[in-house]
Design a protein around this ligand. Structure first.
Ligand SMILES: [Mg+2]
Length: 345
């Protein structure tokens, strides 16, 4: 018995593909004009919009052998939603551009739309897809632009942390890095190429870690909560706690001293200190608040902000990160231009 070949984009053409995808896309509450016209119209009650974009390319950013199309839709939504949330805004709308090989099964794009819809429903209810573009390319690429609304207050920048603030985090740290390490170590075949069957087995054995990497669940709602609670600085942890903490420290000209040992410290984490300090891609929200009493759930305090001890030639404070008062050892963050040892797949 031979399986019926999957219906591809080439088989049915763009118009029919869009007809199949549109009903699966999440509607945006703020959409005044949704998909189907030349452009969408989205309400912006605050008169300002928060806007961000991120592209995921097959190879450097994901592997089709590891990520299902559903995962890709979910992750593309989640990472962009996290960037909007990290400004203290509520995500309202997504615009999605896909360029994919013509041999791609239509069912893959339907699953990707399901992932987009389910991520919006789970992480940012009311946010939806208001438009996009579908193109052909040898490389599977998904690019999402997200728009958000500042619910009542000013955007939370990276530069507002002050000595005396506390440092707090909402969401997971290190799980996604653990998942990626597992995939690189055990989700590959003998030649080191990503292997779909091994990845599936790995995911059923380590669902929390592998799913954190392939379909992260950042606490999007916590971004606006932090803003309303007076957060002085915030970002989402995409490249690792130490590296992203340093971004706040440098932008603010302060020292972020993180707890390594003891309750709430990195060493109390079950994933391991290295993953917590260096692992990115969980998209937890890292924020500073003026006082411990201001820290709203689900944030938990993991450190404090101290005055910088060094200044540059112009007399500006030089920001840095310490762990238990000791200078933190940093590794490079995620760099899409860095190569890894595996082959294509
Ligand atoms: Mg970010």
């Amino acid at each position: 018995m031979t399986a019926t070949p999957a219906e591809t984009l080439r088989d049915i053409g763009e118009a029919a593909v869009l007809q199949r995808i549109f009903p699966k896309l999440p509607a945006a509450d703020a959409a005044l004009v949704g998909p189907g016209d030349d452009a969408a119209v989205v309400a912006a009650p605050d008169a300002r919009i928060v806007i961000t974009t991120d592209t995921m390319v097959h190879g450097p950013d994901f592997r089709l052998a590891w990520s299902t199309p559903h995962d890709l839709g979910w992750k593309a939504a989640a990472t962009n939603l996290a960037d909007v949330a990290a400004m203290g805004a509520t995500p309202t709308a997504l615009v999605v551009a896909l360029t994919v090989p013509a041999e791609t099964p239509v069912s893959d794009l339907e699953a990707l739309a399901d992932g987009l819809r389910e991520a919006c429903a789970a992480l940012a209810r009311g946010c939806g897809v208001v438009g996009g573009d579908l193109g052909a390319s040898p490389t599977f690429t998904i690019s999402v632009t997200a728009i958000g609304d500042l619910v009542g207050g000013d955007p939370v920048l990276r530069s507002g942390a002050r000595p005396g603030d506390v440092v707090a985090v909402a969401g997971q740290l290190g799980l996604a890095a653990k998942g990626l390490a597992l995939l690189f170590a055990r989700g590959v075949d003998k030649e080191g190429n990503p292997d779909a069957r091994r990845a599936r087995n790995l995911r059923s054995r380590f669902p929390a870690e592998v799913s954190a990497q392939l379909a992260p669940r950042p606490p999007i709602y916590a971004g606006p909560v932090a803003a309303l609670s007076g957060a002085t600085a915030m970002l989402d942890v995409s490249d690792g706690l130490l590296l992203d903490a340093r971004r706040i420290a440098q932008a603010s000209g302060v020292v972020l001293d993180l707890a390594g040992r003891g309750e709430g410290g990195a060493s109390a984490a079950t994933t391991g200190v290295a993953e917590v300090l260096h692992g990115g891609e969980d998209h937890a929200l890292l924020a500073c608040f003026p006082r411990a009493e201001d820290v709203p759930p689900p944030f938990r305090v993991i450190g404090r902000v101290l005055a910088a001890t060094e200044t540059d030639a112009d007399g500006r404070d030089i920001g840095s990160v310490t762990v238990d008062g000791e200078p933190a050892e940093e590794r490079g963050g995620w760099d899409p231009y860095a190569e890894w040892a595996g082959g294509a797949g």
